[in-house]
Design a protein around this ligand. Structure first.
Ligand code: LLP
Length: 426
């Protein structure tokens, strides 16, 4: 986060607060959210895409306080389950600023979305078109929909988070003609209002050319629909997936540069096809919240395997950050409570869970005198860490503490053992 620095005593400070005080007050592990950083990233995206709508992808991290922050920053919100929708609505997010995603929305979820009057539903299958039109007819409403298109781009990211190659579960394929057929079907359903096309090619993407290819392909479909049906769809959503720096080796494009490149492609393609330029939207999740958070852990044990490796065990692990184990993700770590003159030591930061894949940071240089009681900060944990957290080994999930201007407030409290036991029946 932007407001993290070393204080005079050598400890990290976040928004002016010493991490030792944060650890003492809120315990460890804890996710520390720099609120001004998050708000700053919203503003940066909105300034980069001044005439587009910026949907924050809530799957990256969602709680009521964050819904309010992004709403105040003029953002829209992408939800993908009934649970995310419920969180958004209970925080007062205006329904017309919500987009509803998902490849298997249930009838109950669709009903709730339609009843709430969400701004748009991104349809992902023919079954969903059937469900939604039946619902709309029953209720005498006309939901606005976007059509999720699989553009066939091989995004260069981990296979589990790439979504636009052909062999995966999302969207309607361009190549096989499924997308154009689905568009015609929706246009024929007078109870559905087809507002536009949607493409999301994957996540943690650095190479902007994937977005460019995707934009070209959806606009070609847009032209095909116009030629066949005489309808120009007024909107176009290019999805999210903008990569962030987890380590110093990562060099992501700025929102401003990305926006410029996308604009150029969209304008050029529209001119070439003689299409009116559609109203654009994008859906960044990771790029908004990822860099705004660090996880604060405490070291419990340090084990030196004679020349092989040093294991630094912290009081959390794969239950609060599954990304290293699941995607082989890279993170960095730093001793946060002090500086040290000791030489650097290549260490592996691991958690407290009962498996050896429980790795938080694969390789990091920590001072050789790192010891039990030290605090360790792992930056860049705002996205897909708390939101993918589990209770593996019955470890309660950490709190989220928002810091701003020298004060801290808990926005998601720490789970307790009572919380864990509350679901047991009998
Ligand atoms: N829009 C759609 C339709 C999406 O499916 C996603 C992410 C986003 C936007 C936001 O993508 P972002 O800007 O955050 O990259 N758990 C994985 C990431 C899964 C992303 C799923 N969809 C991870 O930890 O890397």
């Amino acid at each position: 986060p932007r407001h993290v620095a070393r204080g005079p005593a050598g400890a990290l400070t976040a928004a002016g607060l010493d991490v030792r005080d944060l650890a003492a007050e809120f315990g460890t592990p804890a996710y520390v959210l720099d609120e001004d950083d998050l708000r700053g990233r919203c503003r940066e995206f909105r300034a980069a895409f001044p005439d587009a709508d910026v949907y924050y992808a809530g799957k990256a991290f969602l709680c009521r306080a964050v819904v309010r922050m992004i709403a105040e920053e003029g953002m829209f919100l992408d939800v993908c389950t009934g649970g995310e929708l419920a969180t958004a609505l209970s925080a007062g997010m205006p329904p017309d600023r919500i987009g509803f995603h998902g490849n298997n929305k249930s009838v109950a979820e669709l009903t709730r979305a339609v009843e709430a009057g969400v701004g748009r539903i991104i349809v992902d299958s023919s079954t969903e078109i059937d469900r939604l039109s039946a619902l709309a007819r029953e209720r005498g409403v006309r939901p606005r929909v976007l059509l999720r298109v699989t553009v066939g781009v091989e995004a260069h990211t981990h296979e589990f988070i790439a979504t636009a190659h052909e062999d995966q579960k999302f969207g309607f394929s361009l190549a096989g003609g499924a997308a154009v057929a689905a568009a015609f079907r929706i246009l024929d359903e007078d109870v559905l209002e087809l507002r536009g096309l949607h493409s999301h090619i994957g996540s943690q993407i650095f190479d902007a050319s994937g977005f460019e290819v995707s934009a070209r392909r959806v606009l070609a479909l847009q032209a095909q629909i116009r030629d066949a049906r005489g309808v120009e769809l007024p909107e176009l959503d290019l999805g999210g997936g903008f990569g962030i720096a987890y380590t110093t080796q990562d060099d992501p494009a700025s929102p401003h540069d990305l926006a410029k490149r996308l604009r150029k492609i969209v304008d050029g393609e529209c001119a070439a096809e003689n299409l009116a330029v559609p109203h654009l939207s994008v859906e960044p999740g990771r790029a908004i919240v990822g860099p705004a958070v660090f996880t604060l852990y405490q070291v419990g044990t340090v084990k030196d395997l004679d020349g092989l490796r040093t294991y630094v065990s912290v009081d959390g692990g794969m239950s609060d950050n599954i990304r290293t184990a699941l995607y082989d993700a890279s993170y960095s770590a730093t001793v946060a409570n002090r500086t040290s003159a000791a030489p650097p030591l290549l260490a592996r930061v691991v958690g407290k869970h009962c498996e050896s894949g429980d790795i938080v940071v694969k390789d990091e240089f920590l001072p050789a005198d790192v010891q039990p009681g030290d605090l360790v900060a792992v930056p860049g944990t705002g996205a897909y860490c708390r939101s993918m957290a589990s209770n593996y080994n019955h470890v309660p999930r950490p709190p989220v503490v928002a810091v701003r201007d020298g004060s801290a407030r808990v926005i998601v409290r720490r789970e307790t053992e009572d919380d864990l036991l509350a679901l047991d029946v009998g």
